[in-house]
Design a protein around this ligand. Structure first.
Ligand code: NAD
Length: 309
């Protein structure tokens, strides 16, 4: 029996839940949202689809104790309306609301006896992933964030368009914060196996900026993003279930920086199986260090576990 949980049933959590149910990925799904009416409505809507689906998923609502035997827990709570696209704060518009959410949900997750892998989507993603790990006290390999998995998909899409190929044929990674200080490590990027430096006439600065601003391009029209991030979250959860040893960029704890930060890692049944340390250029290494330092500075000032007990 395959069982996952999702906390937060807004645009992102609902799309994750829909994907899991529609594709028959899980047998049981624990859905949690503090907005009881919304949670009930999401369950009703998903249950209404059931007679038309080849698979059946049992949905358990707002019961933390049901997480005890769940394999994966996806955290998609938050407050998307707190992000102002026109403010330089970017995803940090949710910093205050979401740190409070971590302090609300972390003890409940721990008390549930959850023993699986926690995947954070909530923004600012690296900061909240780190804070969730600190507040749950779970081993660091069991907690990771979607990080730059989505930014890397956006980079693949834009580079694919610029080189007239499918983004699937673009390899390489966006590193650092899921936010303003992220960067494309161009030394890792290749198209159809050819290093990106072999392609003439590409505006790498613009391509990097397009990837960085990708979320805001979507939000300008619909004020949230859901399809791509839900796809990323579900893919990572499946990599855990399948023990796929999937190499991909996520927000993982790197001891050399003492914080979570976006970098390639291997995802399997233990969550983060290992970090992948590539031969980055000196400039790329410096950018990663400075992005990690920024993330750490935002986590270190939050109320720490001892202070909130
Ligand atoms: N990492 C990424 O790449 C990425 C991409 C898109 C969105 N996000 C983030 O995902 C989060 C969710 O986005 P959204 O558009 O669904 O937001 P949303 O505001 O539509 O939904 C958030 C949901 O969380 C619920 N919630 C809030 N506090 C809670 C609590 N204490 N316990 C349980 N539920 C609680 C709310 O009731 C709401 O239904 C946001 O933080 C958003 O910024 C991240």
């Amino acid at each position: 029996m395959r069982k996952y949980g999702v906390i937060g049933l807004g645009q992102v959590g609902a799309t994750v839940a829909y994907t899991l149910v529609q594709q028959g990925i899980v047998d049981e799904l624990v859905l949690i949202d503090h907005d009881e009416k919304l949670a009930q409505a999401q369950k009703l809507d998903l249950d209404d689809a059931s007679p038309r689906l080849a698979s059946t998923t049992k949905i358990i609502l707002n019961d933390y104790s049901a997480l005890a035997d769940a394999e994966v827990l996806i955290v998609a709570s938050g407050n998307i309306k707190a992000i102002d696209m026109n403010s330089s704060k970017g995803r940090f518009g949710e910093y205050d609301s979401n740190q409070a959410i971590v302090r609300d949900i972390a003890p409940k997750i721990v008390a549930s006896g959850f023993k699986g892998i926690l995947i954070d989507i909530m923004n600012p993603c690296d900061v909240m992933t780190d804070y969730l790990q600190r507040m749950t006290g779970f081993p660091r390999n069991r907690v990771f964030g979607t990080g730059t998995f989505l930014d890397t998909a956006r980079m693949q899409k834009y580079v694919g368009q610029a080189t007239q190929t499918n983004g699937k044929n673009v390899a390489g990674y966006v590193y650092g914060e899921h936010g303003n200080s992220q960067f494309v490590a161009w030394s890792t990027v290749s198209v159809n196996g050819q290093p990106i430096k072999n392609f003439d006439g590409l505006d790498l600065k613009q391509l990097e900026e397009d990837a960085r601003q990708g979320a805001f391009a979507v939000m300008e029209g619909k004020h949230y993003t859901n399809f791509a991030i839900a796809t990323c979250g579900v893919r990572l959860a499946q990599a855990v279930s399948a023990d796929a040893k999937l190499a991909c960029p996520v927000s993982a704890f790197d001891p050399q920086f003492g914080t979570y930060v976006g970098m390639p890692a291997v995802i399997g049944k233990n969550g983060i199986e290992s970090l992948i340390h590539l031969d980055l250029t000196a400039d790329e290494q410096a950018s990663l260090k400075s992005s990690a330092e920024f993330i750490k500075s935002k986590v270190d000032v939050l109320p720490q576990p001892d202070a909130v007990k």
